[in-house]
Each structure stands twice: as C-alpha cells, then as structure tokens.
Write a protein that binds this ligand. Sequence first.
Ligand SMILES: [Zn+2]
Length: 389
Amino acid sequence: MRREVTTTVRVKLHSLTERKARLVEREYGAFQDAVHGDDVNLYSATKQQAGKVRSNKNPRNDTEQPIVLRNDCITIEHDEDTVLSSWWFKLPVYNPEKERGDSIWVPVHVPEKDTHLLEDKCICDSELVYRDDEWYVHLVCNRSVAVADEYDDVLAVDMGAKWIAVSTFLSDRDTQFHGAEVRRVREHYKQLRKSIGKAKVRSGARVIKRLGDKESRTVEHELHQVANELITRARERNAIIVFGDMTGLHFDIDEGRYVNDKIHKMPYAKMANILTYKAHLDGRECVPIKEYDTSVTCWRCGSQHTSREVQGRVECHDCGLDDNADKNGATNIGKRAVGKNIQSPLSTAGAVVAQPETQVVLKGTNDEMEPANSPDDVELTLSEGNPRR
Ligand SMILES: [Zn+2]
C-alpha cells in the first residue's frame, strides 16, 4: 500500500541585492493589489494565480496574501560552489525595466533536515510569504511512501481531555497514558491569563496574545512528543495504529459532557494529522475510526448500561467492569477497527482475540481478572477503515 505524505519546507531568502529586493517587494505589493481587484503588472502566471485567490477566497482588504507561485515557473537548486549560498531559488517576477515577466535567482537558506526533500524534486505547490520583515518561500512537497499491509497487533488510541492520548494494544490491553504535560501547560497558562486579566485591562490583551502564541508552541511540541511515543510503541509490536475520529459526532446531544470536554480541551485535528503523518513516514498505516458510542459502551460485554459517576472511570452495570474510561474507549476503538460490532463481547472478535486459554491480571489501574491472550495469537490483515485524506 502506498500513502501520500505532505511536508511543507520553509526556506528563507537571504542576502538579497538591492535590485532583487526591490523586484520582490514590487511583485508582492502588486499581488496584494491584484487579489483585491486592481489591474496591475505581474508575472503572467502569477497574475492568473491572483485571479484564483480573488475568486476563491475574496480576501478582506486588511489581510495580506502570500504570492501563489505556479509550479512550472519556479526552480530550487543546490549549488555547493557558490560562496554566498548553497541553495538558490528561481523566482518569477514582473520586471518594470524590461516591461515583461522575468526571473531572478535568489539565495535561500534550507533547513538541513529538509534538504533531501528538495533533492527528490517532489514539490507540488509554493508560496512567497512575508513575515516578521523576512521573505520565505513555502514549498509543499508530496511524496508517496510505502506502508505495510500486515500487522501483528492493533494499537488503539483514544484522545482525551485529561490525557492527550491513551493507547491500548487490542491483544492484551496493555495501556499507556501519554501527554500529561499538555494539561499542565494549559493549566499553567490558564492561571496566568486569569491573573493578568484581573491586573490590567489595557496591556492585558497584548500580553495574553503573546502568552497564547507561546502556549500553542509548547502544546504543539508536546503533540509531536506524544506522536513519537505512539509510533515507537506501535513499532515494537508491528501494530497498525487506529484512533478515535471525533468528527461528525453530535456532542451536545448524544455523548454528553465527557465527549464535550474532550473536543474542547484537545487539539484533536492537529494531533490526528501529526500522528498520521509520522505513522506513514514510519511505513505504518494509521486509520481514523468513528468514535460514536465508544465511550458509553463496555468494552468487555458490549453493554451500554454504563455510567461514569467517578471521575475518569467507567462502570458497567451488567458485567461489573470498573475501568479507566479512556482505556475503555480505546479498546472499543480497536474493536471497531477490526470490523467488530462493539456491542458484542471482545472475545468474539475473531482473529484478534482467540479463545483465551489463560486468565491474566492486567497491569491496569484495578486488579480485575480478565481474559486476554498473548500478542502471538494475533494475526491480522487489515482491510477495514478509511484512510485519512
Ligand atoms: Zn460490561
């Protein structure tokens, strides 16, 4: 199986001569006028792009739009021999002196970790961006990577309000909790915002915005850490990764406060993207699984006669299960991933859970006895689920 992986490489323009800087600025200014409807001189392909931005986005007057560069008009090249820069970007601009479209070669800095992407020549889109008094080109690189077809286990991931992610292997319910730090970070900033909000109204807003930027960078870093942990864990058992897909749930009505809490406290879409991207790069499939009912269904007997009166726990009134709520949810996500009706007991989940021969005490948060089997019994060929686009 092959999957498309998209990476944005941000290269920074540097050491522009005065003439080139002027041409870049002119083109950028003219592009802003063009997307707001003025007839201006631009490189012809770029003028077309401006027309598209105008008709698709109709951007507001007080916003700046990056110049969309057509793929066939740009080139990025590595050149070890020049002193000034080892990477050069060919940028299409309108040249007022020649009164026609032209191209200029500008020196760019490419992050070391991304150089192989540019050497592979997989660029599909690019934009010229102006930010903090610097020029950048964002190059979107699409690659096709191979992911394995067969796995020995399922690592089911439930993204939660309390933890960024709780992951459970379907074969033996070995569970880990990931990303407590995010909660700590968020609480820290929440307290800070509160105290600042009280202290000073006028400068407060600005400080709060700055805090917000810092917070989101810290949180994003944590999300990457959590994704890395999950990938490493899946690799150890050659497991496919599946995660709860919260899109399309009617939170307020069906699922109650628990799910509501999750959606509001968790940067879910961002986490899903990072995880999917990293899994694919690792040659591993990563599949979203519809999350409806997974938090209210008992993973062991399939009953929905459950309650969550104690914080973070789920209790089943039919079979007596008392389990961590996220772990319960993750197990149901795993069951659904292998095509099982989650309202059937796990023991009917065919290939995944063969008839248990032994009873084991899991390393869970309580000492209940539950059937399980070794990962060796598990052999799956996944065909279910829709890959995330
Ligand atoms: Zn039950």
